[in-house]
Design a protein around this ligand. Structure first.
Ligand code: 9G3
Length: 567
């Protein structure tokens, strides 16, 4: 491809609305352009990267026994009513009506479509297991689409659905997908981790996320250095603190704490460390007020809490309601004498003589002791795990990293097949619901996460397997006949060998061409300049290294082809 013909509108300036590095570099590199909030066009270079990602995904899905199909984006409302999810997703679902005023959704996912499809034509256990997948646009009306392709309202997803006779079959399909995902992200040249994850509203009880490690990723993961344990913080289990607290139990006392509202206020006002305090948070769970206690230095994990309460709606109560019920504002709440069901984190059970609000503004209780001064509904694991915690699997020490969720696989069980009455005939003639799994990869998000993980001050550094082109040839001066002649000759030789090569034939200053080559992130740059021609050599520079090698003109082909083959 000749750069002078390539639709690749690079930008010098960082667009103001781009907050993350991948959004900035994909815009500046001429990879994407915004059509509207959260909706992008993929320009030629991005399209080449996406196709490489999709091909690796396809190869591994096919190798794992998947069969590629393509399902509709327009989905009839009736199917979502059958599964009971039409009303579950509010404004996030794009909805439309046709000329007959019938309701449809723009597909945010395809459990309903695929279950109805398979139910229509698969009737016997002999046809199982069945793994069907697609690579297709998805639509989700995010409240705040941001970070470019990372959180769009239209994005490309590979979604595979597995159909088995029983749980054992589902576990086998799940394991095949888990292994296929590990191969995919390795082949894409990304540093990633597979971690235990919360299944959320989709249902089922086991799921794993594949997270590309990146310091400003939205997902927080904890992992153990001593064993294989790794989990999204939403899911990571916290082991109960040891109960060998033999501190003497002191008499409770009420302390006047004028204007002291937060944990930090009390640290200074009472010279009291955070872990000697307990914070009380009030939530509405399916319309009922509940209190939750965590140690002053911990954060509540709302997903764990919601799973324990098994409620649909969980959100923080407003201060007005709280004042009505508890007689005090947020900064003065506590469990003592609180006429609301209380759930306490495991750590609170072993606290002695802690301080908390007295349910009276400007007063706190000191020397509060669980059991004597309040009795919770239960002591449960509802705090966020943090680095330094004990590994729930082996007792080692947990570390924490951030990353970008690019894949998520779920054991669905019979949730959708039961809801939609999708059955097969077992060997004994019994009609049984399919046992399903679903497996997603964010293809467009994977491209962005590759940038988040591989860039420097000059631009993108594509992992070789997904670079839009492998080599860019830069003649220093397009006006010099000899340089252009040599550059063009190398270019044609590479084309003949099947090397994916760009020739920067633009009549631009060398500096501009080098900057663009770095910005768009082509792995190998070959420079044809006056100096190197005297010695019958060209300069070769790898995008991720600083130094430049001089290679003889008659060896350049072998060197490059050997290098590319080795990768
Ligand atoms: C919706 C809307 C948004 C959604 C969903 C449904 C997320 C929804 C979960 C999944 C689970 C898996 C198959 C591929 C991998 C992920 N956001 N989820 O079901 F109607 Cl508006 O999509 N689906």
């Amino acid at each position: 491809m000749k750069f002078s013909e390539l639709f690749c509108p690079t930008l010098r300036e960082v667009p103001a609305e781009a907050e993350t590095i991948s959004h900035q570099l994909l815009l500046r590199g001429g990879y994407i352009r915004k059509a509207t909030a959260g909706v992008y066009s993929y320009l030629p270079l991005a399209n080449r990267v996406l196709k490489k990602i999709m091909n690796i995904v396809r190869e591994e899905m096919d190798r794992a026994g998947g069969q590629e199909i393509l399902m509709p984006i327009i989905q009839p409302r009736e199917l979502w009513e059958q599964s009971g999810r039409w009303d579950l997703y509010g404004d996030e679902m794009f909805r439309l009506t046709d000329r007959h005023n019938r309701g449809f959704s723009l597909g945010p996912t395809h459990e309903e479509i695929i279950t109805a499809l398979v139910d229509g034509d698969i009737h016997s256990y002999r046809d199982l297991p069945l793994l069907l997948y697609q690579i297709q646009n998805k639509y989700r009306d995010e409240i705040r689409p941001r970070f470019g392709l990372m959180r769009g309202r239209e994005f490309i997803m590979k979604d595979l659905y597995s159909f088995d006779m029983d749980d054992e079959g589902m576990d086998i399909s799940y394991r095949k997908m888990y292994d296929a995902y590990s191969r995919i992200f390795s082949r894409l040249g990304l540093r990633f981790r597979a971690v235990e994850a919360d299944s959320g509203a989709i249902g089922g009880n086991e799921s794993h996320e594949f997270v590309v490690l990146a310091e400003n990723g939205e997902s927080e993961v904890v992992y153990c250095q001593a064993c294989e344990y790794a989990a999204n913080v939403e899911k990571a289990a916290c082991v109960a603190a040891n109960g060998d607290n033999n501190e003497a139990v002191l008499e409770i006392k009420k302390v006047h704490t004028p204007g002291q509202r937060t944990i930090k206020d009390l640290v200074s006002f009472l010279n009291l460390p955070e872990d000697r305090q307990v914070k009380t948070l009030m939530y509405m769970a399916d319309g009922k007020l509940v209190a939750v206690l965590v140690r002053g230095d911990r954060e509540l994990n709302e997903i764990k809490f919601k799973n324990i309460l098994e409620c649909n709606d969980l959100f923080m109560a407003d201060e007005y309601t709280v004042e009505q019920i508890c007689g005090a504002g947020f900064g003065s709440l506590g469990p003592v004498g609180l006429d609301v069901p209380i759930y306490a984190d495991l750590e609170v059970a072993v606290l002695r003589n802690f301080t908390c609000g007295a349910n009276q503004d400007d007063y706190h209780f000191c020397n509060v002791n669980p059991g004597r001064d309040f009795v919770p509904e239960a002591y449960v694991d509802i705090r966020n795990a943090v680095a330094g915690d004990i590994c729930p699997q082996c007792g080692g020490v947990l570390e924490s990293v951030r990353g970008i969720e690019v894949g998520h696989i779920f054991k669905l069980g019979t949730k959708y097949s039961k809801a939609m009455d999708a059955n097969f005939l077992a060997a004994n003639g019994q009609a049984l619901p399919f046992v399903m799994g679903c497996y997603g990869i964010g293809v467009s998000r994977t491209m962005a996460s590759a940038v988040e993980q591989n860039y420097d001050e000059n631009g993108i550094i594509w992992p070789l397997p997904i670079a839009p082109y492998q080599v860019i040839i830069v003649p220093v001066n397009a006006k010099k006949e000899e340089q252009m002649q040599v550059a063009t000759e190398i270019y044609h030789r590479f084309l003949e060998c099947g090397v994916e090569v760009l020739l920067d034939d633009r009549d631009e200053r060398a500096g501009v061409k080098f900057k663009d080559a770095d910005l768009i992130g082509i792995p190998l740059r070959i420079t044809v300049g006056p100096k190197s021609l005297q010695e019958n050599q060209v300069e070769v520079k790898k995008r991720w290294e600083k130094d430049i090698e001089l290679i003889d003109l008659d060896k350049i082909e072998d060197v490059i082809i050997k290098f590319l083959a080795a990768k």
